[in-house]
Design a protein around this ligand. Structure first.
Ligand code: FAD
Length: 285
């Protein structure tokens, strides 16, 4: 199933995983997938690292999901450190396995950039163009409601986003905690004549230290009201309870604002996502 077609039919609900590095993490992911599949999401997505071993791990998870014939997968794919020939080889493997959805990304440079090979593509748009011209896949791109950390201005961020979204089928956002970041992004794209679906990404906070680090990397702000609430707790169960409550409220505001779907960052765990799903009544069909 192509995500472009799923979005044309109605709202999509999707769950994101990262490829496991160890046998234990592999078993954890298998459990998470088996716990989330009964919620009948529209698709699963699997993140991608630019370095050799992470590339093959992503491919293996995506191919396995596609071959299982259950929930369709979307493979993340990045520009950094990739030659055209490497992208084409991977896309050939995806085609053979029946993978029809790619999230085309600029990619984050790893901590040690010397490990990266040469790149034929600079920006995500270059990869989108290459996929569009050579492969029959549904293409998503990344959007950053609070601006990409490297964007010199709001105008520049939105202009480049609009250019890649004109060629792609849909966008998927970085996480954020206040609905107005999303509605402003959608309005700014509309003002540039771009009306393609923008699916918001929702991250339930389950760990204080982790969310601070991830927000710093991605350009998302943790609002004062949220840090104040989290500061009152240390017990992981309390943190998760607050995280689920905040994510439930945000998800419901996003749906009320007309979002074409919700994409949950699961961090390979199912509990918080299942609780939000249940709070929203989505588990009842
Ligand atoms: P781009 O669209 O290339 O944009 C990056 C910056 O360049 C922006 O500031 C943009 O405004 C600017 N820019 C774009 N075009 C031009 C131009 N022609 N001239 C000048 N400036 C330009 N990273 C991973 O490594 N693996 C993943 O699996 C992954 N999954 C993600 C999933 C989602 C939903 C999101 C939102 C992000 C994900 N990321 C992932 C992170 C992403 O790779 C980084 O944010 C990366 O730094 C930028 O990616 P991009 O696709 O937005 O790049």
């Amino acid at each position: 199933m192509r995500i472009a077609d799923l979005l044309a039919r109605g709202r999509t609900y999707s769950f994101e995983f990262f490829p496991p590095k160890t046998d234990e993490a592999q078993a954890q992911l298998a459990t998470t997938i088996s716990e989330l599949a009964p919620l009948k999401p529209s698709f699963f997505s699997v993140t991608y690292g630019a370095l050799g071993s992470t590339r093959t791990r992503t491919r293996d998870v995506v191919v396995q999901l596609a071959r299982s014939g259950g929930i369709p997968p979307m493979a993340h794919l990045t520009c950094v450190g990739h030659l055209r020939s490497e992208i084409d080889l991977l896309l050939g493997e995806y085609k053979a396995a029946g993978v029809e959805n790619i999230l085309a990304l600029g990619g984050d440079v790893p901590a040690d950039p010397s490990q990266l090979g040469p790149s034929d593509f600079t920006h995500a748009l270059d990869l989108v163009e290459h996929l569009r011209e050579n492969f029959d896949v549904s293409i998503g791109v990344a959007a950053h409601p609070e601006l990409h950390p490297r964007s010199p201005s709001r105008e520049s961020d939105r202009t480049h986003l609009a250019a890649k979204l004109r060629r792609a089928d849909f966008a998927m956002t970085q996480f954020f905690f206040e609905v107005q970041h999303y509605t402003r992004l959608v309005d700014e794209l509309a003002a540039l004549g771009v009306h393609k679906p923008v699916v918001p990404g929702v991250m339930p906070v389950t760990n204080k230290g982790q969310i601070v680090k991830m927000a710093q990397m991605s350009g998302a702000a943790i609002p004062g009201w949220l840090s104040d609430r989290l500061a009152k707790f240390d017990d992981p169960a309390d943190i998760r309870r607050v995280g689920v409550e905040v994510a439930t409220k945000l998800s419901s505001e996003l749906l009320a604002a007309g979002a074409p779907g919700l994409h949950f960052y699961t961090l390979n765990r199912s509990t918080a996502t299942r609780e939000i799903y249940s709070n929203l009544g989505l588990d009842r069909g």
